[in-house]
Design a protein around this ligand. Structure first.
Ligand SMILES: Cc1cc2nc3c(=O)[nH]c(=O)nc-3n(C[C@H](O)[C@H](O)[C@H](O)COP(=O)(O)OP(=O)(O)OC[C@H]3O[C@@H](n4cnc5c(N)ncnc54)[C@H](O)[C@@H]3O)c2cc1C
Length: 519
Protein backbone atom coordinates (compact mmCIF):
# COMPACT_ATOMS: atom_id res chain seq x y z
CA UNK A 1 0.00 0.00 0.00
CA UNK A 2 1.50 3.35 -0.97
CA UNK A 3 0.55 6.86 -0.07
CA UNK A 4 0.39 9.02 -3.17
CA UNK A 5 -0.15 12.74 -3.48
CA UNK A 6 -3.53 11.91 -4.95
CA UNK A 7 -4.32 10.04 -1.80
CA UNK A 8 -3.30 13.00 0.30
CA UNK A 9 -5.72 15.13 -1.63
CA UNK A 10 -8.64 12.79 -1.32
CA UNK A 11 -11.71 13.95 0.51
CA UNK A 12 -10.83 14.65 4.12
CA UNK A 13 -13.69 12.49 5.29
CA UNK A 14 -12.09 9.44 3.66
CA UNK A 15 -9.15 9.81 5.94
CA UNK A 16 -11.16 9.84 9.11
CA UNK A 17 -13.33 6.87 8.27
CA UNK A 18 -12.49 3.23 8.77
CA UNK A 19 -11.33 1.69 5.52
CA UNK A 20 -11.36 -1.87 4.38
CA UNK A 21 -8.47 -3.61 2.64
CA UNK A 22 -9.61 -2.47 -0.81
CA UNK A 23 -10.25 1.18 -0.06
CA UNK A 24 -7.44 1.92 2.35
CA UNK A 25 -5.40 5.04 1.68
CA UNK A 26 -2.88 4.46 4.42
CA UNK A 27 -1.09 1.31 5.54
CA UNK A 28 -2.42 1.65 9.06
CA UNK A 29 -5.98 1.36 7.80
CA UNK A 30 -5.38 -2.18 6.60
CA UNK A 31 -6.50 -4.72 9.20
CA UNK A 32 -4.11 -7.63 9.83
CA UNK A 33 -5.15 -11.20 9.14
CA UNK A 34 -7.14 -12.75 11.96
CA UNK A 35 -4.90 -15.39 13.62
CA UNK A 36 -5.77 -18.97 12.92
CA UNK A 37 -7.06 -20.85 15.98
CA UNK A 38 -4.07 -23.18 15.66
CA UNK A 39 -1.74 -20.23 16.32
CA UNK A 40 -3.41 -19.34 19.63
CA UNK A 41 -1.20 -20.44 22.51
CA UNK A 42 -3.60 -19.55 25.30
CA UNK A 43 -7.22 -18.48 25.74
CA UNK A 44 -8.18 -16.45 28.80
CA UNK A 45 -11.45 -14.94 30.03
CA UNK A 46 -12.21 -11.79 31.95
CA UNK A 47 -15.06 -9.34 32.39
CA UNK A 48 -13.31 -6.42 30.72
CA UNK A 49 -10.03 -6.23 28.82
CA UNK A 50 -8.17 -2.97 29.36
CA UNK A 51 -5.46 -2.35 26.76
CA UNK A 52 -2.73 -0.12 28.22
CA UNK A 53 -1.49 0.49 31.77
CA UNK A 54 -1.06 4.25 31.55
CA UNK A 55 -3.03 6.76 33.60
CA UNK A 56 -6.30 6.09 31.77
CA UNK A 57 -6.09 2.30 31.69
CA UNK A 58 -5.05 2.05 35.33
CA UNK A 59 -7.95 4.25 36.40
CA UNK A 60 -10.48 2.25 34.38
CA UNK A 61 -9.19 -1.05 35.77
CA UNK A 62 -9.18 0.09 39.40
CA UNK A 63 -12.66 1.57 39.15
CA UNK A 64 -13.97 -1.54 37.37
CA UNK A 65 -12.63 -3.68 40.18
CA UNK A 66 -14.30 -1.44 42.76
CA UNK A 67 -17.56 -1.84 40.87
CA UNK A 68 -17.36 -5.63 41.12
CA UNK A 69 -15.83 -6.59 37.77
CA UNK A 70 -12.82 -8.69 36.91
CA UNK A 71 -10.64 -6.60 34.58
CA UNK A 72 -7.51 -7.85 32.85
CA UNK A 73 -4.96 -5.19 31.93
CA UNK A 74 -2.59 -5.99 29.06
CA UNK A 75 0.36 -3.63 28.69
CA UNK A 76 2.78 -3.47 25.76
CA UNK A 77 5.83 -2.44 27.79
CA UNK A 78 7.33 -4.10 30.83
CA UNK A 79 5.69 -1.75 33.37
CA UNK A 80 2.84 0.67 34.01
CA UNK A 81 3.64 4.08 32.57
CA UNK A 82 3.48 7.74 33.53
CA UNK A 83 5.25 11.02 32.86
CA UNK A 84 5.09 14.77 33.55
CA UNK A 85 3.69 15.90 36.85
CA UNK A 86 0.49 17.92 36.45
CA UNK A 87 -3.02 16.51 36.69
CA UNK A 88 -5.52 19.21 35.76
CA UNK A 89 -9.23 19.42 36.54
CA UNK A 90 -11.34 22.55 37.01
CA UNK A 91 -12.44 21.75 40.56
CA UNK A 92 -11.66 19.31 43.36
CA UNK A 93 -11.96 18.95 47.12
CA UNK A 94 -8.28 19.91 47.41
CA UNK A 95 -8.90 23.14 45.52
CA UNK A 96 -11.83 23.93 47.79
CA UNK A 97 -9.45 23.70 50.76
CA UNK A 98 -7.53 26.56 49.16
CA UNK A 99 -10.79 28.43 48.59
CA UNK A 100 -10.62 28.00 44.80
CA UNK A 101 -13.80 27.16 42.90
CA UNK A 102 -13.66 27.78 39.16
CA UNK A 103 -16.72 28.95 37.28
CA UNK A 104 -17.18 26.13 34.76
CA UNK A 105 -18.93 28.40 32.26
CA UNK A 106 -15.95 30.75 32.26
CA UNK A 107 -13.52 27.85 31.82
CA UNK A 108 -15.63 26.40 29.00
CA UNK A 109 -15.80 29.70 27.11
CA UNK A 110 -12.02 30.14 27.31
CA UNK A 111 -11.39 26.50 26.32
CA UNK A 112 -13.71 26.72 23.33
CA UNK A 113 -12.23 30.02 22.17
CA UNK A 114 -8.63 28.81 22.35
CA UNK A 115 -9.66 25.66 20.47
CA UNK A 116 -11.14 27.72 17.66
CA UNK A 117 -14.47 25.98 18.39
CA UNK A 118 -13.06 22.83 16.80
CA UNK A 119 -14.11 20.48 19.62
CA UNK A 120 -17.02 18.41 20.81
CA UNK A 121 -18.57 20.76 23.38
CA UNK A 122 -20.63 18.01 24.98
CA UNK A 123 -17.45 16.07 25.69
CA UNK A 124 -15.80 19.16 27.12
CA UNK A 125 -18.74 19.69 29.45
CA UNK A 126 -18.62 16.03 30.48
CA UNK A 127 -15.00 16.58 31.47
CA UNK A 128 -15.74 19.83 33.28
CA UNK A 129 -18.67 18.38 35.21
CA UNK A 130 -17.38 14.88 36.02
CA UNK A 131 -13.64 15.41 36.56
CA UNK A 132 -14.09 16.68 40.12
CA UNK A 133 -15.55 13.33 41.16
CA UNK A 134 -12.75 11.47 39.38
CA UNK A 135 -10.03 13.61 41.01
CA UNK A 136 -11.64 13.22 44.44
CA UNK A 137 -11.52 9.48 43.85
CA UNK A 138 -7.81 9.62 42.91
CA UNK A 139 -6.64 11.87 45.75
CA UNK A 140 -7.06 9.36 48.62
CA UNK A 141 -5.51 6.59 46.47
CA UNK A 142 -2.44 8.80 46.00
CA UNK A 143 -2.33 9.74 49.68
CA UNK A 144 -2.56 6.10 50.71
CA UNK A 145 0.68 5.56 48.74
CA UNK A 146 2.45 8.33 50.66
CA UNK A 147 1.99 11.11 48.09
CA UNK A 148 1.14 14.63 49.20
CA UNK A 149 -1.21 16.13 46.59
CA UNK A 150 -0.72 19.86 46.05
CA UNK A 151 -2.12 22.54 43.82
CA UNK A 152 0.30 24.10 41.32
CA UNK A 153 0.66 27.88 41.06
CA UNK A 154 1.79 28.36 37.47
CA UNK A 155 -0.77 29.94 35.16
CA UNK A 156 -0.88 32.53 32.38
CA UNK A 157 -3.02 35.26 33.86
CA UNK A 158 -4.46 37.50 31.15
CA UNK A 159 -6.70 37.45 28.10
CA UNK A 160 -6.51 36.09 25.45
CA UNK A 161 -4.62 33.06 26.80
CA UNK A 162 -6.02 33.02 30.31
CA UNK A 163 -5.38 29.85 32.30
CA UNK A 164 -7.15 28.72 35.47
CA UNK A 165 -5.92 27.00 38.60
CA UNK A 166 -6.55 23.28 38.62
CA UNK A 167 -3.20 21.55 38.04
CA UNK A 168 -2.62 19.08 40.87
CA UNK A 169 0.77 17.55 41.53
CA UNK A 170 1.56 14.42 43.51
CA UNK A 171 4.93 14.94 45.15
CA UNK A 172 6.46 12.51 47.58
CA UNK A 173 8.63 14.14 50.24
CA UNK A 174 8.98 17.31 48.22
CA UNK A 175 9.75 16.11 44.71
CA UNK A 176 7.52 15.04 41.82
CA UNK A 177 7.76 12.29 39.26
CA UNK A 178 5.14 11.74 36.58
CA UNK A 179 4.91 8.08 37.42
CA UNK A 180 4.04 8.66 41.09
CA UNK A 181 0.27 8.79 40.58
CA UNK A 182 0.26 5.83 38.14
CA UNK A 183 2.38 3.92 40.67
CA UNK A 184 -0.22 4.62 43.37
CA UNK A 185 -2.98 3.44 41.00
CA UNK A 186 -1.04 0.31 40.11
CA UNK A 187 -0.46 -0.48 43.78
CA UNK A 188 -4.13 0.11 44.59
CA UNK A 189 -5.20 -2.07 41.64
CA UNK A 190 -2.92 -4.99 42.49
CA UNK A 191 -4.00 -4.87 46.14
CA UNK A 192 -7.62 -5.06 45.00
CA UNK A 193 -6.84 -8.00 42.72
CA UNK A 194 -6.68 -6.46 39.23
CA UNK A 195 -4.78 -8.81 36.89
CA UNK A 196 -1.92 -7.38 34.83
CA UNK A 197 0.04 -8.85 31.95
CA UNK A 198 3.10 -6.90 30.86
CA UNK A 199 5.01 -7.22 27.57
CA UNK A 200 1.66 -8.21 26.11
CA UNK A 201 0.45 -5.79 23.42
CA UNK A 202 -3.16 -6.12 22.39
CA UNK A 203 -3.18 -6.50 18.61
CA UNK A 204 -6.68 -6.94 17.26
CA UNK A 205 -10.26 -6.83 18.50
CA UNK A 206 -12.71 -9.72 18.26
CA UNK A 207 -16.39 -9.18 17.52
CA UNK A 208 -19.18 -11.70 17.99
CA UNK A 209 -21.89 -12.43 15.37
CA UNK A 210 -24.00 -9.53 16.63
CA UNK A 211 -21.14 -7.11 16.01
CA UNK A 212 -20.35 -6.65 19.68
CA UNK A 213 -16.68 -6.38 20.68
CA UNK A 214 -16.19 -9.39 22.93
CA UNK A 215 -12.43 -9.67 23.25
CA UNK A 216 -9.11 -9.31 21.51
CA UNK A 217 -5.92 -11.02 20.48
CA UNK A 218 -2.72 -10.07 22.24
CA UNK A 219 0.90 -11.03 21.73
CA UNK A 220 2.31 -12.42 24.95
CA UNK A 221 5.91 -13.50 25.56
CA UNK A 222 4.87 -17.08 24.71
CA UNK A 223 2.80 -16.29 21.62
CA UNK A 224 -0.71 -15.28 20.65
CA UNK A 225 -3.30 -15.03 23.42
CA UNK A 226 -7.03 -14.95 22.77
CA UNK A 227 -8.78 -12.88 25.42
CA UNK A 228 -12.52 -13.24 25.82
CA UNK A 229 -13.99 -10.22 27.59
CA UNK A 230 -17.64 -10.60 28.58
CA UNK A 231 -18.36 -6.90 29.06
CA UNK A 232 -16.10 -5.52 26.36
CA UNK A 233 -12.75 -3.85 25.76
CA UNK A 234 -11.37 -0.50 26.92
CA UNK A 235 -8.71 0.90 24.60
CA UNK A 236 -6.24 3.03 26.58
CA UNK A 237 -3.12 2.61 24.47
CA UNK A 238 -2.06 6.26 24.42
CA UNK A 239 -1.31 8.39 21.37
CA UNK A 240 -0.04 8.08 17.79
CA UNK A 241 3.15 10.14 18.20
CA UNK A 242 5.42 7.13 17.62
CA UNK A 243 3.85 6.16 14.28
CA UNK A 244 5.21 8.33 11.49
CA UNK A 245 2.55 7.41 8.96
CA UNK A 246 -0.30 8.12 11.37
CA UNK A 247 1.28 11.47 12.22
CA UNK A 248 1.50 12.26 8.49
CA UNK A 249 -2.18 11.44 8.16
CA UNK A 250 -3.57 13.12 11.25
CA UNK A 251 -0.98 15.41 12.84
CA UNK A 252 1.74 16.50 10.39
CA UNK A 253 3.08 19.16 12.79
CA UNK A 254 4.10 16.36 15.15
CA UNK A 255 6.84 15.53 12.64
CA UNK A 256 8.20 19.09 12.72
CA UNK A 257 9.20 19.04 16.38
CA UNK A 258 12.88 18.35 17.08
CA UNK A 259 12.27 15.27 19.23
CA UNK A 260 9.74 13.21 21.11
CA UNK A 261 9.99 12.79 24.86
CA UNK A 262 7.36 10.06 25.16
CA UNK A 263 8.14 7.14 27.39
CA UNK A 264 7.96 4.13 27.18
CA UNK A 265 9.87 4.84 23.96
CA UNK A 266 8.26 3.33 20.89
CA UNK A 267 5.05 2.18 22.61
CA UNK A 268 2.82 5.02 21.40
CA UNK A 269 2.22 3.74 17.89
CA UNK A 270 -1.53 4.35 17.85
CA UNK A 271 -2.35 0.68 18.33
CA UNK A 272 -5.71 1.43 19.92
CA UNK A 273 -6.57 3.91 17.17
CA UNK A 274 -5.84 1.28 14.56
CA UNK A 275 -7.76 -1.48 16.34
CA UNK A 276 -10.76 0.82 16.70
CA UNK A 277 -10.58 1.77 13.01
CA UNK A 278 -10.45 -1.89 11.97
CA UNK A 279 -13.50 -2.51 14.15
CA UNK A 280 -15.44 0.19 12.31
CA UNK A 281 -14.90 3.22 14.57
CA UNK A 282 -14.24 6.67 13.14
CA UNK A 283 -11.75 9.28 14.16
CA UNK A 284 -12.81 12.60 15.66
CA UNK A 285 -13.00 15.15 12.89
CA UNK A 286 -10.52 17.77 14.00
CA UNK A 287 -6.94 17.63 12.73
CA UNK A 288 -5.29 15.92 15.66
CA UNK A 289 -3.83 18.54 17.99
CA UNK A 290 -0.35 18.10 19.37
CA UNK A 291 0.97 18.70 22.85
CA UNK A 292 4.42 20.17 22.42
CA UNK A 293 6.69 22.01 24.78
CA UNK A 294 9.62 24.34 24.09
CA UNK A 295 11.94 22.05 26.05
CA UNK A 296 14.10 20.30 23.47
CA UNK A 297 17.14 22.37 24.61
CA UNK A 298 16.69 24.79 27.55
CA UNK A 299 13.51 24.33 29.57
CA UNK A 300 13.17 27.95 30.57
CA UNK A 301 12.11 30.55 27.96
CA UNK A 302 10.82 33.59 29.90
CA UNK A 303 9.34 36.46 27.90
CA UNK A 304 12.00 39.02 26.92
CA UNK A 305 13.38 38.91 23.35
CA UNK A 306 13.31 35.87 21.05
CA UNK A 307 15.43 35.88 17.87
CA UNK A 308 15.84 33.21 15.21
CA UNK A 309 19.10 32.19 13.54
CA UNK A 310 18.80 35.09 11.10
CA UNK A 311 18.85 37.43 14.09
CA UNK A 312 15.22 38.39 13.53
CA UNK A 313 12.48 38.73 16.07
CA UNK A 314 9.40 36.80 14.96
CA UNK A 315 6.67 36.99 17.59
CA UNK A 316 5.16 38.68 20.58
CA UNK A 317 7.01 36.75 23.29
CA UNK A 318 4.12 37.41 25.67
CA UNK A 319 2.33 34.17 24.86
CA UNK A 320 1.37 30.91 26.53
CA UNK A 321 3.20 27.62 26.24
CA UNK A 322 1.59 26.20 23.10
CA UNK A 323 1.60 29.58 21.36
CA UNK A 324 5.31 29.99 21.92
CA UNK A 325 6.07 26.41 20.92
CA UNK A 326 4.11 26.80 17.67
CA UNK A 327 5.89 30.00 16.64
CA UNK A 328 9.33 28.63 17.52
CA UNK A 329 8.64 25.42 15.55
CA UNK A 330 8.06 27.54 12.43
CA UNK A 331 11.52 29.18 12.60
CA UNK A 332 14.49 28.05 10.48
CA UNK A 333 15.77 24.76 11.96
CA UNK A 334 12.91 25.01 14.49
CA UNK A 335 15.18 26.95 16.83
CA UNK A 336 15.32 30.37 18.50
CA UNK A 337 17.30 32.10 21.24
CA UNK A 338 15.74 33.74 24.27
CA UNK A 339 17.90 36.72 25.17
CA UNK A 340 18.19 37.95 28.76
CA UNK A 341 19.90 41.01 30.20
CA UNK A 342 21.68 41.08 33.56
CA UNK A 343 18.60 42.47 35.32
CA UNK A 344 16.13 39.87 33.97
CA UNK A 345 15.34 38.35 37.37
CA UNK A 346 14.25 41.75 38.73
CA UNK A 347 11.46 41.91 36.17
CA UNK A 348 10.20 38.38 36.59
CA UNK A 349 7.90 38.67 39.60
CA UNK A 350 6.21 41.78 38.19
CA UNK A 351 5.71 40.04 34.83
CA UNK A 352 3.83 37.12 36.39
CA UNK A 353 0.90 39.43 37.14
CA UNK A 354 0.38 39.78 33.39
CA UNK A 355 1.58 36.53 31.85
CA UNK A 356 3.21 33.44 33.33
CA UNK A 357 2.47 29.77 32.86
CA UNK A 358 4.92 26.97 32.20
CA UNK A 359 8.35 27.90 30.76
CA UNK A 360 7.79 31.43 32.04
CA UNK A 361 6.75 30.94 35.65
CA UNK A 362 7.85 28.06 37.81
CA UNK A 363 6.01 24.83 36.91
CA UNK A 364 6.85 23.28 40.27
CA UNK A 365 5.62 26.22 42.37
CA UNK A 366 3.05 25.09 44.89
CA UNK A 367 0.00 27.22 45.52
CA UNK A 368 0.57 29.34 48.61
CA UNK A 369 4.37 29.13 48.56
CA UNK A 370 5.01 32.40 46.72
CA UNK A 371 7.23 32.96 43.70
CA UNK A 372 10.95 32.54 44.26
CA UNK A 373 13.57 34.46 42.31
CA UNK A 374 16.14 31.82 43.22
CA UNK A 375 14.25 29.10 41.34
CA UNK A 376 14.11 31.13 38.12
CA UNK A 377 17.80 32.02 38.37
CA UNK A 378 18.57 28.36 39.08
CA UNK A 379 16.76 27.22 35.92
CA UNK A 380 18.71 29.72 33.78
CA UNK A 381 21.98 28.63 35.39
CA UNK A 382 21.03 24.99 34.81
CA UNK A 383 20.49 25.70 31.11
CA UNK A 384 24.02 27.18 31.01
CA UNK A 385 25.46 24.20 32.87
CA UNK A 386 23.67 21.77 30.52
CA UNK A 387 25.16 23.52 27.49
CA UNK A 388 21.83 24.92 26.25
CA UNK A 389 22.60 28.55 27.11
CA UNK A 390 25.58 30.87 27.07
CA UNK A 391 26.49 33.92 29.11
CA UNK A 392 28.69 36.88 28.10
CA UNK A 393 29.46 40.34 29.43
CA UNK A 394 28.54 42.12 26.20
CA UNK A 395 26.07 41.54 23.38
CA UNK A 396 28.99 41.40 20.94
CA UNK A 397 30.58 38.55 22.90
CA UNK A 398 27.20 36.82 23.21
CA UNK A 399 26.63 36.95 19.45
CA UNK A 400 29.98 35.20 18.93
CA UNK A 401 28.76 32.27 21.02
CA UNK A 402 25.49 31.55 19.21
CA UNK A 403 24.48 30.61 15.68
CA UNK A 404 22.99 33.93 14.65
CA UNK A 405 23.36 36.52 11.88
CA UNK A 406 25.31 39.08 13.90
CA UNK A 407 24.50 42.26 11.96
CA UNK A 408 20.78 41.54 12.04
CA UNK A 409 20.94 40.50 15.70
CA UNK A 410 22.44 43.85 16.76
CA UNK A 411 19.86 45.69 14.64
CA UNK A 412 17.04 43.67 16.22
CA UNK A 413 18.27 44.37 19.75
CA UNK A 414 18.59 48.08 18.97
CA UNK A 415 15.05 48.22 17.58
CA UNK A 416 13.70 46.19 20.49
CA UNK A 417 15.39 48.43 23.04
CA UNK A 418 13.79 51.39 21.29
CA UNK A 419 10.32 49.85 21.68
CA UNK A 420 11.10 49.16 25.34
CA UNK A 421 12.26 52.69 26.05
CA UNK A 422 9.20 54.16 24.32
CA UNK A 423 6.98 51.46 25.91
CA UNK A 424 5.49 50.86 22.49
CA UNK A 425 6.21 47.60 20.67
CA UNK A 426 5.40 48.74 17.15
CA UNK A 427 6.60 45.45 15.65
CA UNK A 428 4.60 42.82 17.55
CA UNK A 429 2.44 44.66 20.09
CA UNK A 430 3.86 43.30 23.32
CA UNK A 431 2.23 44.96 26.33
CA UNK A 432 4.19 47.95 27.70
CA UNK A 433 4.33 46.34 31.16
CA UNK A 434 6.47 43.57 29.68
CA UNK A 435 8.96 45.70 27.75
CA UNK A 436 12.42 45.89 29.37
CA UNK A 437 15.46 47.03 27.39
CA UNK A 438 18.41 44.68 27.06
CA UNK A 439 21.13 47.06 28.25
CA UNK A 440 22.76 45.68 31.34
CA UNK A 441 25.15 42.72 31.20
CA UNK A 442 25.92 39.97 31.64
CA UNK A 443 23.69 38.73 28.83
CA UNK A 444 22.36 35.23 28.39
CA UNK A 445 21.15 33.47 25.21
CA UNK A 446 19.09 30.34 25.83
CA UNK A 447 18.61 27.98 22.91
CA UNK A 448 14.97 26.91 22.54
CA UNK A 449 13.41 24.19 20.37
CA UNK A 450 10.20 22.22 20.59
CA UNK A 451 9.66 18.63 21.55
CA UNK A 452 6.60 16.48 21.02
CA UNK A 453 4.92 15.11 24.11
CA UNK A 454 1.74 13.61 22.74
CA UNK A 455 -0.77 13.81 19.92
CA UNK A 456 -4.02 14.33 21.77
CA UNK A 457 -6.53 13.36 19.07
CA UNK A 458 -8.19 10.06 18.42
CA UNK A 459 -11.29 7.97 18.14
CA UNK A 460 -14.67 9.68 18.15
CA UNK A 461 -16.43 8.78 21.40
CA UNK A 462 -19.69 9.78 23.02
CA UNK A 463 -19.98 11.17 26.54
CA UNK A 464 -20.10 7.61 27.92
CA UNK A 465 -16.69 6.76 26.38
CA UNK A 466 -18.25 4.49 23.76
CA UNK A 467 -16.49 4.38 20.40
CA UNK A 468 -18.67 5.64 17.56
CA UNK A 469 -19.01 4.11 14.12
CA UNK A 470 -19.64 5.74 10.73
CA UNK A 471 -23.30 6.19 11.60
CA UNK A 472 -22.17 7.96 14.81
CA UNK A 473 -23.77 5.18 16.83
CA UNK A 474 -21.83 3.34 19.58
CA UNK A 475 -20.02 0.16 18.67
CA UNK A 476 -21.25 -2.26 21.35
CA UNK A 477 -18.56 -3.39 23.78
CA UNK A 478 -15.90 -0.86 22.69
CA UNK A 479 -14.76 1.96 24.98
CA UNK A 480 -11.95 4.38 24.22
CA UNK A 481 -10.25 6.71 26.70
CA UNK A 482 -7.32 9.08 27.24
CA UNK A 483 -5.11 9.93 24.30
CA UNK A 484 -6.64 7.16 22.20
CA UNK A 485 -9.85 9.21 22.14
CA UNK A 486 -10.55 12.52 20.42
CA UNK A 487 -12.92 15.43 20.54
CA UNK A 488 -11.60 17.43 23.49
CA UNK A 489 -9.04 19.58 21.72
CA UNK A 490 -9.13 21.65 18.55
CA UNK A 491 -6.04 22.58 16.52
CA UNK A 492 -3.76 22.50 19.61
CA UNK A 493 -3.50 21.07 23.11
CA UNK A 494 -5.36 23.41 25.41
CA UNK A 495 -3.67 24.60 28.61
CA UNK A 496 -6.67 26.51 29.92
CA UNK A 497 -6.14 24.18 32.88
CA UNK A 498 -2.61 22.86 32.96
CA UNK A 499 -2.28 19.08 33.06
CA UNK A 500 -5.77 18.41 31.75
CA UNK A 501 -4.55 15.58 29.54
CA UNK A 502 -3.88 13.55 32.67
CA UNK A 503 -7.12 14.95 34.06
CA UNK A 504 -8.94 13.69 30.97
CA UNK A 505 -7.29 10.25 31.15
CA UNK A 506 -8.37 9.81 34.78
CA UNK A 507 -11.88 11.13 34.15
CA UNK A 508 -12.43 9.08 31.00
CA UNK A 509 -11.10 5.93 32.72
CA UNK A 510 -13.43 6.54 35.64
CA UNK A 511 -16.43 7.14 33.37
CA UNK A 512 -15.73 4.15 31.10
CA UNK A 513 -15.96 1.91 34.16
CA UNK A 514 -19.24 3.55 35.19
CA UNK A 515 -20.68 3.07 31.69
CA UNK A 516 -19.75 -0.61 31.64
CA UNK A 517 -21.33 -1.07 35.07
CA UNK A 518 -24.52 0.66 33.94
CA UNK A 519 -24.96 -1.30 30.68
C1 LIG B 1 7.47 13.99 28.85
C2 LIG B 1 5.98 14.12 28.98
C3 LIG B 1 5.45 14.89 30.00
C4 LIG B 1 4.07 15.03 30.12
N1 LIG B 1 3.57 15.79 31.12
C5 LIG B 1 2.24 15.91 31.28
C6 LIG B 1 1.70 16.65 32.37
O1 LIG B 1 2.41 17.15 33.24
N2 LIG B 1 0.35 16.76 32.42
C7 LIG B 1 -0.49 16.17 31.51
O2 LIG B 1 -1.71 16.30 31.62
N3 LIG B 1 0.02 15.45 30.50
C8 LIG B 1 1.34 15.29 30.37
N4 LIG B 1 1.84 14.52 29.37
C9 LIG B 1 0.88 13.79 28.53
C10 LIG B 1 0.30 12.63 29.31
O3 LIG B 1 1.35 11.81 29.79
C11 LIG B 1 -0.68 11.81 28.47
O4 LIG B 1 -1.56 12.66 27.82
C12 LIG B 1 -1.46 10.84 29.34
O5 LIG B 1 -0.62 10.06 30.11
C13 LIG B 1 -2.36 9.98 28.50
O6 LIG B 1 -2.79 8.89 29.25
P1 LIG B 1 -3.23 7.55 28.53
O7 LIG B 1 -3.58 6.60 29.60
O8 LIG B 1 -4.24 7.88 27.51
O9 LIG B 1 -1.96 7.07 27.72
P2 LIG B 1 -0.51 6.66 28.21
O10 LIG B 1 -0.22 7.22 29.54
O11 LIG B 1 0.38 6.99 27.10
O12 LIG B 1 -0.61 5.09 28.39
C14 LIG B 1 -0.78 4.23 27.29
C15 LIG B 1 -0.20 2.89 27.66
O13 LIG B 1 -0.61 1.94 26.69
C16 LIG B 1 0.49 1.11 26.36
N5 LIG B 1 0.22 0.52 25.04
C17 LIG B 1 0.43 1.04 23.81
N6 LIG B 1 0.00 0.19 22.86
C18 LIG B 1 -0.49 -0.90 23.50
C19 LIG B 1 -1.07 -2.12 23.07
N7 LIG B 1 -1.21 -2.41 21.77
N8 LIG B 1 -1.48 -3.00 24.00
C20 LIG B 1 -1.32 -2.75 25.33
N9 LIG B 1 -0.74 -1.61 25.80
C21 LIG B 1 -0.36 -0.69 24.89
C22 LIG B 1 1.68 2.04 26.43
O14 LIG B 1 2.87 1.32 26.59
C23 LIG B 1 1.32 2.88 27.66
O15 LIG B 1 1.79 2.31 28.85
C24 LIG B 1 3.20 14.38 29.20
C25 LIG B 1 3.74 13.61 28.17
C26 LIG B 1 5.12 13.47 28.06
C27 LIG B 1 5.66 12.64 26.95
Amino acid sequence: MVTSLMALHRKESDMYEAADREHAIWNFQVPPQVPDESEVKETVSCDVLVAGAGVGGLTAACRLKELGFDPLVCEKSGNYSGRGGHFGVPNSSLMKKYGIVNDLKEVARQWIAISGNDIDQELLWTFLRRSEEAMDWLLPIAEADGLQPRLVDCIYRSAPYREFYGAHSFPATGYIRGAFAPKALYKYGTEKGVSFRFNTPVTQLIKDESGRVCGAYAKGPEGIIKILAKRGVVLATGDIGGDEEMCRAYAPDALRTLSSQYIPVGCNTGDGHKMALWAGAVMAEEVFPIMMHPQHFAWCNLFFLFVNKYGKRFMNEDSYVQGRATSIMRQPDGVCYSILAGDYAEHMEESLKYGGGIFWGNAGLRYGDGWSKDQTVASVEKAIKDGFAVKADTLEELAELIDVDKAQFFKTVEEYNGYCCRKDDEAFGKRPELLFPLEKGPFVAMKIGTTLLEVVGGVQIDCSMRALGKDRKPIPGLYVIGDTSGGMYGHEYVTTILGNSHGRAVTWGYLAAETIAAE
